[in-house]
Write a protein that binds this ligand. Structure first.
Ligand code: SPD
Length: 365
C-alpha cells in the first residue's frame, strides 16, 4: 500500500459529470495540487560546451536540484530523439527554425510566464521571433553566426569568402585540412550562399547545384564535424573550418592563432532557445532553471564562457568587453543585413535530408 502511495498515480475526480485527471507524485517531485515543488534532478539536453559549468554548480547550490546534462550535435539529431519518444529531457536547446518545426509537431510545452519573471530582461528585439511569436514556447538563450574559422599563421589575409571552401583553385590548396559542419542545413546553406542563392532555397535546380558542389568539395574535406572542429584547428590537423562563431573564439582563448570571419557573401545568423518538451517530467523545475538562466549575471556568465552573443539586454553590463566589443560576435548593422536566418523549408525538408545523405555517402564503398 505504501509503495502505491509513493508511486505516481492518477486520481479520477468526477465533478458534475466532468472527468478531471490529477497526477500525484511523491514529495520532492512535481505535480499534485498546491505549491509546485522542485524535482531533485533536471535533465538538460544541450549543444556541447554551451553552458558555463559554474552556472550549473550555482543552480545546484541555490536550488538543490542536480542537473544532468547530455549533448547533441545538430537540430536534426535533437528532433529525431524527441520524435523517437525520448521522454527523459526537461530542457532542450533547439535553434530558431527547429523551434517552429517542433511547435508544429506538438513537441514543445507552453511556458508558464508566472514562473519566468526574468523574461523582462530580454532585449525587445528578441521578444517576438517569427518562429515562436510572443515567446509562447521558448526563450532565446544565445545567438551567433556561422562562418569560417582559420589558422592565422597559414593565411596572409582572412579567408573571407565561401570560395576558400568551395572554389576548386582555392579549396584544393587546403585539401585534407578543412572541415565542414556535420549539419545538413548549415553545410547545404553554405554551398547555396557560395552559389549566390538563399540558404532557404526550395528551388530543386539550385539545391542540385549545391549538392554537386558539396560532392565535388568532399575530396578536400578532412571531416564533417560539429563538436571538435575548433580542436582540430588547434591541433594543426586542419587550417580552415566551417563553424559557429563562439566555438572559434573559445578556442582562440587558448590558441591565439585561431580567428573567425563572416564570409562577404553572407552566412547564417541564428538563435538557440530554451524550451521544455511536452514529454518533460519536471516542467516547473525546468521553468525555474530557465528563469535562473535569464538572470543578468548568469546570462552574462554563459555569454562570457561560450563567446556567443546574449539576447539578454540586462546582462550587457556583466559581459566581458572582449565579447561585447568584438564585431564578429556582435556584427555591425551592415554585416547583419547580409546574413540570413535558417527557416523551416516545409515540404523541401526531405530533399535537404536526401541531399545530405547523398553527400555523406559519395565516394564511400
Ligand atoms: N558549441 C555550441 C554551438 C551551438 C551552435 N548552435 C548553432 C546552431 C545554428 N544552426
Amino acid at each position: 500500500m505504501k509503495r502505491f502511495i509513493w508511486r505516481t498515480m492518477a486520481v479520477l475526480v468526477v465533478v458534475g459529470g466532468l472527468a478531471l485527471v490529477v497526477a500525484c507524485q511523491p514529495s520532492g517531485g512535481e505535480g499534485g495540487g498546491g505549491e509546485p515543488q522542485l524535482a531533485s534532478e533536471l535533465h538538460l539536453y544541450n549543444w556541447s560546451e554551451y553552458i558555463d559549468p559554474d552556472v550549473l554548480t550555482m543552480f545546484e547550490d541555490e536550488f538543490g536540484v542536480h542537473v544532468v546534462e547530455d549533448t547533441f550535435a545538430s537540430n536534426e539529431e535533437l528532433l529525431a530523439k524527441l520524435q523517437a519518444g525520448a521522454a527523459g529531457y526537461d530542457v532542450i536547446v533547439p535553434s530558431d527554425y527547429m523551434v517552429e518545426i517542433m511547435i508544429e509537431e506538438g513537441l514543445l510545452a507552453e511556458l508558464d510566464v508566472d514562473n519566468l519573471p526574468n523574461i523582462s530582461n530580454l532585449d525587445p528585439l528578441f521578444a517576438n521571433p517569427p518562429y515562436d511569436p510572443g515567446l509562447v514556447h521558448c526563450v532565446p538563450y544565445l545567438w551567433g553566426t556561422t562562418g569560417i574559422g582559420y589558422n592565422t599563421d597559414v593565411f596572409d589575409e582572412p579567408p573571407d569568402s565561401w570560395a576558400y571552401l568551395f572554389d576548386p583553385e582555392l579549396a584544393s590548396q587546403y585539401a585534407g585540412q578543412m572541415t565542414m559542419l556535420n549539419d545538413e542545413r548549415e553545410s547545404i546553406g553554405a554551398a547555396l550562399k557560395y552559389l549566390g542563392y538563399s540558404l532557404n532555397s526550395t528551388n530543386e535546380e539550385e539545391l542540385m547545384q549545391a549538392r554537386d558542389l558539396l560532392i565535388q568539395q568532399k575530396q578536400w574535406v578532412y571531416a564533417y564535424d560539429s563538436e571538435q572542429y575548433e580542436d582540430l584547428l588547434s591541433a594543426d590537423e586542419t587550417v580552415i573550418a566551417h563553424g559557429w562563431s563562439g566555438d572559434f573564439f573559445m578556442a582562440a582563448e587558448e590558441d591565439e592563432r585561431i580567428w573567425y570571419v563572416i564570409p562577404r557573401e553572407g552566412g547564417t545568423v541564428w538563435a538557440d532557445n530554451l524550451c521544455i518538451p511536452t514529454s518533460a517530467a519536471s516542467k516547473y523545475t525546468a521553468e525555474v532553471f530557465i528563469n535562473f538562466l535569464l538572470r543578468p549575471d548568469i546570462s552574462a556568465m554563459n555569454s562570457n564562457f561560450t563567446w556567443y552573443a546574449s539576447p539578454n539586454a540586462a546582462a550587457a553590463e556583466f559581459v566581458d568587453p572582449e565579447v561585447l566589443d568584438e564585431p564578429a560576435i556582435y556584427p555591425p548593422p551592415e554585416v547583419m543585413a547580409n546574413l540570413e536566418w535558417i527557416e523551416d523549408v516545409g515540404d523541401s525538408t526531405p530533399l535537404y535530408s536526401r541531399i545530405w545523405t547523398e553527400v555523406k555517402a559519395a565516394g564511400e564503398q
